[in-house]
Design a protein around this ligand. Sequence first.
Ligand SMILES: *Cc1c(COP(=O)(O)O)cnc(C)c1O
Length: 455
Amino acid sequence: MAESKKFLLPENRIPKSWYNVAADLPTPPPAVLHPGTGQPVGPGDLAPLFPMAVIMQEVSSERWIEIPEPVRDIYRLWRPSPLVRASRLEKALDTPAHIYFKYEGVSPSGSHKPNTAVAQAFYNKQEGVKRLTTETGAGQWGSSLAFAGSLFGLEVEVYMVKVSYEQKPYRRALMETYGAKCIASPSNLTASGRAVLAQNPNSTGSLGIAISEAVELAAQRDDTKYSLGSVLNHVLLHQTVIGLEAQEQMAMAGDDPDIVIGCAGGGSNFAGLAFPYVGDKIKGKSKARIIAVEPASCPTLTRGHYAYDFGDTGHLTPLVKMHTLGSTFVPSPIHAGGLRYHGMAPMVSHVKELGLVEARAYGQLDCFAAAVQFARSEGIVPAPESSHAVKAAVDEALRCKKEGRAETILFNLSGHGHFDMGAFTAYFTGQLRDEPYDQVALEAALAALPKVAAE
Ligand SMILES: *Cc1c(COP(=O)(O)O)cnc(C)c1O
């Protein structure tokens, strides 16, 4: 039996800087626009919501941005994360491909999300903020921010998409363990929540709605700021510790990826692994195919329009150019709650338009099948979100088998599925179905995209 091999870096190899892909792009991404004026937003427009250090990262074009020492110190609790050669999976698939995964499930909350939660909590604390509001889908982001808030003594209030709030009571308990408050969204605590409930009292919620609620509350109070777990440039930036470590670990393994894969909800774990490779591609140092994998029921990159849109349902955020299904689109309640977002990170959308990355979509049944196969050969139960990356890695390995090619595949195992065992039960008892998106609702949401003169 082939042995799975783990490539571990010592603590002092935690990266000292994050990598900012904006420094290397052949063309900059389109400007972020103020929804009222249609003009590009300046740092001042974002100041009610975010600390200035984060805003400056959002607009930075510096290649390397130093990781503050207190943040690196907390990263030491679980970083550097392991890179693993999935030899048993290779054997089970009988493929000549080399499969590696970078495992982010070793963090306290079980996913990649603390990489940015800790950084954001640090910068907010530094600027005197007392309270953070945020949204969460499956609960991964809420629990990550709750964890980070507890380390820095910040109050954290989390608006959790109602379908997940009901499906995932243990995530809520985890947030409460870290001292955060968790509220089902849409709620009647905000004007945006009340507006949704007035139209549809049974709304299962969406990330777009929950964002509106959290943003609305942060804008009302001086001591409160808003924190976003994906999509924005600074979040993607913080996640690049994943790819930077992986590059060093792949060198230890004596391999170089031909294919780099990540699942994509808002795009942050994908970008975290992929952007250092995107940078190498631009510089001619890598020829890797880079693949973002999304759910067929929320096919932002593969079916969405590349257009200016709001980040939220209540239209409180600036307008960003991204692949979008329309801010009013509510995806079916699939179990990969973290992938149910109508938009995609503008920076991921931009590199997709530049042809530097590709995208594909899978139904959840295929993803669970791949997750189960992975668990039975490598031992780790993937989060339903991460199972999309697992499925793509398996498909690529099977293609290599058919073509007799020994390609090297690297994917991001963004988190473990220990809080999602209900979804696995549903899968084993035949209750899990593929949830095709509502074509009529999608067309209506796309038709309602804002009209922007700059396009
Ligand atoms: C939140 C989450 C995702 C999706 O978010 P991205 O910003 O696209 O990375 C993926 N995997 C896991 C485990 C998550 O918790």
